[in-house]
Each structure stands twice: as C-alpha cells, then as structure tokens.
Write a protein that binds this ligand. Structure first.
Ligand SMILES: [Zn+2]
Length: 375
C-alpha cells in the first residue's frame, strides 16, 4: 500500500517516488495548503491542472469546524472534499501554539480556546491521532509542541522532551494501516537538542520524518544550519519533510540539503495579495506599470491564467476586489511552484540539480523592472 524509494541523487538532492493508498507522489514535492479542506480560491479541477499530487489539510481547523466526526461520517477528507489523491494532515500542534487563545500546556497535552468562538478544547497525543484517523489522510503527523523562536533554551528543551513522549504515545494510539505516521524532530536552533530529538524520534522506527519548529522567526542561517545538522541523522531510505517552508529560494535550498516534502501558504496567500512568482522574478500586480500591460503574468508559463489573462486585466480585477483575481493568481502561483518542483526533479534525475538551482536563483533575483521586460 505504501512505499518510498529514492531513484536518483544529485549532490544531496534526491528524486524519489512515494506511493500511498490514494496515488503516487513524485518527490521532491510541494504540498498546496488546504487549510479547511480546500486550497483557498481554487477548485479540484484547477489543482489537478496545476499538477498538484498531494494536498495538506489542517487538523486544528477541521476539528473545530466542521468537526472531525462529521468529516469521518462523509467518508473522511477524500469523500468529503472529492480530492482523489493523497492528503497529509498536520498534528494540530503548530496551530494550537500559533492561533489558539489561552492555551495551557501540561505533560499530558494542551488545553486551549478556539480562535473562532472561544469554546474550550483539548488536544493530547491520543486525541490528535483520533482526529487524524477520522480525517483519514494518507500521511499523518505525531503530536508535537512547537515553541516560538523567542522561547528560552529551557522552554525549548522542555518542549522537545514532551515532543518525544507525545510521539511515543501517538505511535501507541495510531491504528490505521492505511496511514503512514511521521515523527517530528524539534529542538529550536540548538544543535544538541536537535540531535537528542532526532535520536529519540528515529528510535521509534516511523516510516517518515519531519523537521518542525523552523520558519518560526529564526534567521535563515539558523534554519539551514539546523537542517544541515539534522538531515544526516534521519534514515536515508525514508521521506524527509521540512514543515512550513517556504519561498521558491527556500525550497531549492531545502532540496539541496536532502529534503523531499514541503508545504507553505506563500504561493496561495501571496496570490490573494497580488504577488506573483514568475520565471523572471516576482511581480506585484498592483503596480501602476501594469495598468495597460497586455502581456500574461509569465510568458514562459502554460497555466490557464497565463494562457487567458493579461496583467492589465488581473490588476483591474485585483484592485476591484473581484474574487476571480484570487482564483486566477492562485492558479498561476501554484503552477509556478509545482512546475519548478517538477523541473527540480527532472534535473536531479539528470544529475544536474546544482546547475539548475543556480539558474532559477538567478532568475528569481531579477528585479520587478527586469521581470517587466523594461516596458
Ligand atoms: Zn501562469
């Protein structure tokens, strides 16, 4: 039902294949974020055309609304949303710590109030597994504690110890053979804590591993120092997931260090704010220079938006607050991310990942004036 294999490497970059009960995922892969069971502003057909192979959904949001039992009753995430491919659900931990009000952590779990209506809830490793078994994703995450980057070393050490104990309890409580449970390595920017966490989490012999607690406000140097330290401590024959990362540059930097799975709200959130990622750099559609611009967002892109819409039209829709602006720009940004990852994989298979990475980084560094072709 499940398998993962690394087909080729180029430096530390890997091209792999992850097989799940709902289909195959070519890695390295980007997982569009479908927070509440939908990738904002898109339909299933648009996600399929953009080339999405796996979606992420958020445990915290779905347990609060509409409730994981309702989702289970409607056939789990697959039956409820109609998305036929694989899903990954997060553990809920990160969002409890970033969104919920009045949270109180103890060694057994976390009590908190919903950011929606203030109602009281509790997540424990057992409850996080129940919710994720109800949601029915293919890949599920052990319950973890993700402290902010401003936390003291003592707080991070305590959270890391709890994450290990909660991962053991998550493994005990997890019962679905049609789901793969991944462990999460925590430890902030402290390499000794990361080492201890990696040793304890990998000892659980889970089929995949995530690096959590990064992209939470630390410097980029710290992010990559931690990733470089942790990746060699994770079993090479299992998928590695860098949670919540990132920009196109970050994803290339992660692949270069041996990461296989990524998720981030950036392409979808930025699309709604009018920022487009293109093969010639970033482009802000609000800019007055696009007022009469007849060109598509990205001449090198084959997405529906680039085939049918001009920058002038997108700018008008965006400024007029038309919902279609969000849809068209999300379709493009997701296509850009997914096309880039596909090209990363192709170049890794050909043994020329590093050359490809340099080409893309050069293009991304181009200024908006250059992306504009000087017009
Ligand atoms: Zn496009």
């Amino acid at each position: 039902m499940f398998s993962f294999s690394v087909l080729a490497s180029s430096g530390a970059a890997r091209a792999g294949l992850l097989t799940t009960p709902h289909g195959r995922v070519e890695t390295p892969a980007f997982m569009p974020v479908g927070t509440a069971g939908a990738v904002k502003a898109t339909t299933r057909a648009q996600l399929e055309e953009a080339g999405a192979q796996i979606l992420l959904a958020n445990t915290y949001h779905l347990m609060l609304r509409p409730g994981d039992e309702l989702v289970a009753e409607r056939g789990g995430l697959h039956g409820f949303t109609g998305w036929p491919g694989p899903f990954l659900t997060d553990s809920g931990g990160y969002q409890v710590f970033s969104l919920a009000a009045l949270r109180r952590v103890d060694d057994d779990g976390v009590s908190f109030r919903s950011h929606l209506d203030g109602t009281a809830h509790r997540l424990t490793p057992e409850r996080a597994m129940d919710v994720q078994m109800n949601l029915g994703a293919d890949l599920v995450m052990a319950f973890d504690e993700c402290p902010p980057s401003t936390a003291s070393r003592e707080e991070i050490a305590a959270a890391t110890g709890r994450t290990t104990r909660w991962a053991r309890r998550s493994r005990e409580a997890h019962r679905r053979a049609d789901q793969w449970l991944f462990g999460i390595v925590q430890g902030g920017v402290h390499l000794d804590l990361r080492e201890k966490s990696a040793a304890e989490i990998t000892a659980l012999d889970l089929p995949g591993h995530a690096i959590g607690g990064l992209a939470v406000g630390e410097t980029k140097d710290d992010t990559w120092r931690v990733v470089e330290h942790v990746v060699p401590l994770l079993p090479a024959d299992r998928p590695r997931y860098l949670m919540g990362v990132g920009t196109p540059e970050d994803i290339l930097d992660g692949v270069a260090r041996g990461i296989d799975l990524f998720d981030c709200v950036l392409p979808t959130r930025n699309a709604r704010n009018g920022q487009l990622f293109t093969s010639a750099g970033r482009l802000s559609i609000r800019n007055a220079r696009y007022r009469r611009d007849p060109r598509p967002p990205d001449a090198a892109c084959g997405c529906y938006t680039c085939r049918t819409a001009s920058r002038a039209y997108l700018r008008h829709l965006h400024l007029a607050g038309e919902m279609t602006a969000a849809t068209l720009m999300t379709v493009h940004n997701l296509t850009y991310y997914l096309d880039t990852l596909r090209a990363v994989r192709q170049n890794t298979l050909l043994g020329r990942f590093e050359e490809f990475r340099r080409e893309v980084l050069r293009a991304l560094a181009a200024s908006e004036a250059e992306a504009d072709g000087g017009a």
